[in-house]
Design a protein around this ligand. Structure first.
Ligand SMILES: Cc1ncc(COP(=O)(O)O)c(C=O)c1O
Length: 427
């Protein structure tokens, strides 16, 4: 079969898969940007900033109007009184995390939440004061963890342990993670690892790693920025100690959206656990009597500091309604098929592309990270040319193109078009 014939076959298969897609209608619930000539952009950047649901503007507008019409009374009146507004986010977030409602809350942004939880969970002692992260950790996680070490009087040079992929490899091997934990665990106080790694798209084996960390007496927290809304999670069952996330990627809640956190029930129910305190984490019964003594709420809400930004919570309500309706299990089933379609087409038609994301669908979310067999400057030009043709993926230094077909709004035909365009550019 010639390359053109097999591309034609792929095109027909893409059309057939879109026809049969039970989730296809969700695409129409999102605003899809247009190119200057009026065509819809092929948007593969849900791993960076998710698209805006069409219902979001109305929900934000509703709260603006509530404020216009009721001012301070808006805290107590209307369909969603502001005093308890954020509580409406809890059930949906709990479902996405595989958590009990008491274990999650929407608040702040990811790095702020990471600091708040490290304050509670990083309890260094002379013998056990190290923190383990991955060498390629997202910069903000590294800064947060290093500054926590410094705050406690430790030097990141010696107290930060870094997990590296093997020489010449891009992704971490689970057995290497487990053996490092076994070797160094006695000196490690806390581990902070990604659920899905931002650069490679690797979905770590959270339950096995968590179990290994606990066997060594360490606490473990996960950065779920690239995991929530992307892959199935069972944080409660997996016994994860804590987790944090942001809301602007797969949660489609807008730039700088409200983030969230998970604290396992066995910690969340312990008011004596030290924490940084603020009035919104205080017992609701006495919050407005302004007592001098802080009495934390049970559950993740006990880590809240301030009253939540309602205008930032509204987009998350809109997004969670879509997840509730589509169901994460169905989205994941489509996501596996959509990304596998991309993987198969790239392998068949683009020999100059190597996919650094694991080939096993259970070890990745929707994102594939690509490296092109050419100099980084030439590869970057390819990425820029794709953008000029209305195909939005992203470039990560030094040489990675990230492409994330998301099951809520991407189609198989878009994936086909991406690969056909890339193939003709690489010829
Ligand atoms: C993996 C990862 N961790 C942390 C962050 C930082 O998030 P925030 O700005 O909400 O603190 C990001 C942001 O993109 C991220 O991708």
């Amino acid at each position: 079969m010639t390359s053109q014939t097999s591309l034609n076959t792929a095109r027909n298969r893409a059309l057939a898969l879109d026809q049969a897609d039970p989730l296809a209608a969700y695409r129409s619930q999102f605003h899809i940007p247009q190119t200057t000539n009026g065509n819809k952009v092929l948007y593969f950047c849900g791993h960076s900033l998710g698209l805006q649901p069409k219902n979001t503007a109305a929900l934000v507008q509703q709260e603006l109007q509530h404020w216009q019409q009721n001012a301070v009374e808006g805290h107590f009146t209307g369909a969603r009184p502001w005093l308890s507004y954020h509580e409406q986010l809890t059930q949906g977030l709990a479902e996405l995390c595989g958590a009990l409602p008491i274990e999650v809350t929407a608040m702040n942004s990811l790095t702020v939440n990471l600091h708040l939880l490290l304050i509670s969970f990083y309890k260094p002692t002379a013998k056990r004061h190290k923190i383990l992260i991955e060498a390629n950790a997202f910069s903000s996680d590294r800064y947060a963890v290093s500054s926590q070490l410094t705050l406690h009087g430790y030097d990141p040079e010696t107290s930060l342990i870094e997990l590296n992929p093997r020489l010449g490899e891009d992704v971490l091997r689970t057995e290497d993670i487990l053996s490092l934990i076994e070797r160094e665990g006695h000196a490690i106080s806390a581990l902070v690892l990604p659920g899905v790694q931002y650069l490679t798209g690797q979905y770590l084996d959270i339950p096995r790693i968590t179990q290994a960390a606990h066997q060594q007496g360490c606490v473990i927290g996960f950065d779920l920025a690239h995991a929530i809304g992307n892959v199935p999670l069972q944080l409660h069952e997996w016994n994860v100690d804590f987790a944090v996330w942001c809301g602007y990627k797969y949660l489609n809640s807008g730039p700088g959206a409200i983030g969230g956190m998970f604290v396992h029930e066995r910690h969340a129910q312990r008011p004596e656990l030290p924490r940084l305190a603020g009035w919104w984490g205080h017992d609701k019964q006495t919050r407005f009597t302004m007592p001098h003594d802080f009495s934390p709420l049970l559950g993740a809400e006990g880590w809240q500091l301030s009253n939540p930004p309602i205008l930032a919570c509204a987009p998350l309500i809109s997004s969670l309604e879509i997840f509730y309706s589509a169901r994460l299990s169905k989205l994941r089933a489509k996501s596996v098929q959509l990304t596998e379609f991309l993987y198969g087409l790239l392998t068949a038609h683009c020999p100059k592309v190597s996919v650094i994301t694991p080939s096993d669908p259970s070890q990745r979310g929707c994102q594939l990270s690509l490296r092109l067999a050419m100099s980084p400057s030439k590869a970057k030009r390819i990425y820029e040319d794709l953008a000029l043709q209305g195909i939005m993926c992203d470039w990560r230094e030094p040489d990675i193109i990230r492409v994330a077909p998301t099951p809520l709004y991407n189609t198989y035909f878009e994936v086909f078009t991406f690969v056909a365009t890339l193939q003709s550019m690489l010829k």
